[in-house]
Design a protein around this ligand. Sequence first.
Ligand code: SF4
Length: 403
Amino acid sequence: MESTLVCQRAARKAVQHISYRSYSIVHDVPRTSAAIPHTAPPTPSPRSVFDEAVNASVPRNTWTRDEISEVYKTPLMDLAYAASTVHRRFHKPGAVQLCTLMNIKTGGCTEDCSYCAQSSRYKTNLTATKLSTVDSVLEAARIAKANGSNRFCMGAAWRDMKGRTRGMKNIVDMVKGVRGMGMEACVTLGMLDKEQAKELKEAGLTAYNHNLDTSREHYPNVISTRSYDERLQTIENVREAGIHVCSGGILGLGEVPQTDHVGLIHSLATLPAHPESFPVNKLVPIKGTPMYGNEPVKLEDIVRCIATARLVMPSTIIRLAAGRISMPESEQMLCFMAGANAVFTGEKMLTTDCNGWDEDKAMFEKWGLSPMQTEASKVVEEPKFAAQSFHALKEGQDVQPTA
Ligand code: SF4
């Protein structure tokens, strides 16, 4: 009996001790003014670059490369948390834009981008095609819209648009048709001059994609047939025409993440205006291309790149692009937490496989994500996510399109 009482007393003491200890950190702080020494208040230390980025209320384009590097090197959990915080200040939390990217002209490209299945310089078993018809492209756009995509992107494997008068006329019709459905329209057609950019703007083009791919220093190891400055010139032509710029990179091109991811972000974050969209591609290794067999990019480097981009280009949409299909859902979620807010979805992404609408719908529901509404599509109607499956539409089942 006595031993039971002793045990109970000991247990009570232990509980008191535990509840006291749980606040013990606070006890290190002096509790009375008498305990505060009479010394001059400390001089506030200058804010770190990281603090400035976290507290930004507007984007800035005066970043130095060292500053971006400092942000990039922040411990990863702090970096991701900060990016998430900034993301919620500049974007609707949980809203992710759904885009579908169609190849409207496959293969036969004269450029030597060493990761690309469509370059005519590499044996990749890809059959080159002519430019798709306007009708077939608009049909694909209708299907994408019915499945919830609100941006339809069209890619042609060309070096540039020189001498492509007929091609341009058809692309203008495609852009008009897509915009007429109330979707954002984006094209990627290689290098573009000012006149061509103006023509696409007049057709109603929302965005033009032209990636820088990697840092200026690493770029010559990836492509030799067009220069970094030529790419920047196209971006300038697009921006000056009043078209949104979509420009990002490919991770896993044999680069050094700490320097080349920083270099890529620095090139874009110091443009006169940040790109509206920053696609982050994970290299899809294509047999027959020089980049096949590269060491795959690590998840931590992808997350770090996304989080850094979110902090230094806070209002930009960050797009998880090629290679997402190789990322488990948990990895994708980390990317969304770190600031990514757009995906490519559908049957294909150019020549590579893509997560489909049904799969993405299930993922969105599970994680509480929702399709992003954007200015360009708002005027027509709310996007409806996966109103019906792509397969049902394709097989001609009797379903009512929501478009
Ligand atoms: S320009 Fe585009 S299509 Fe042509 S090789 Fe480079 S990435 Fe491929």
